[in-house]
Design a protein. Sequence first.
Length: 129
Amino acid sequence: MRTLELAKQRNYTHIWLETDSRIVVLAFKSTDIVPWQIRNRWINCLNYTDSISFIVSHIYREENVCADRLANIGLSLASFQYFYTLSREVREAYVQNRLGLPSYRFSFVWEGLAWPPLSVCTNLLFNIF
């Protein structure tokens, strides 16, 4: 919502919003799923998107690593702030994306270990590459 409000203030007329949240995409189709406390603001955003060239689409977070990492950084912030340079984590994802390199998300559970032993990591790397 805040992004669309900022876009309106800056008079943007062409916006493509990609989100990894299916709920957000559904909210553009039905205001019934939007909590009543923010519904008025949401309807104002919908009126804005109806008046411009606007597309909203779903993207899996694995397909947009930069946005996923930025969202994780945003969750850790105490308040809203602007960034004028990319952090190291986001910069690495951006370069990887620009080079057309694939990105993977792994989830491992190692019983009783905070991190897998080096031999397991080495075997995983050889199996992946």
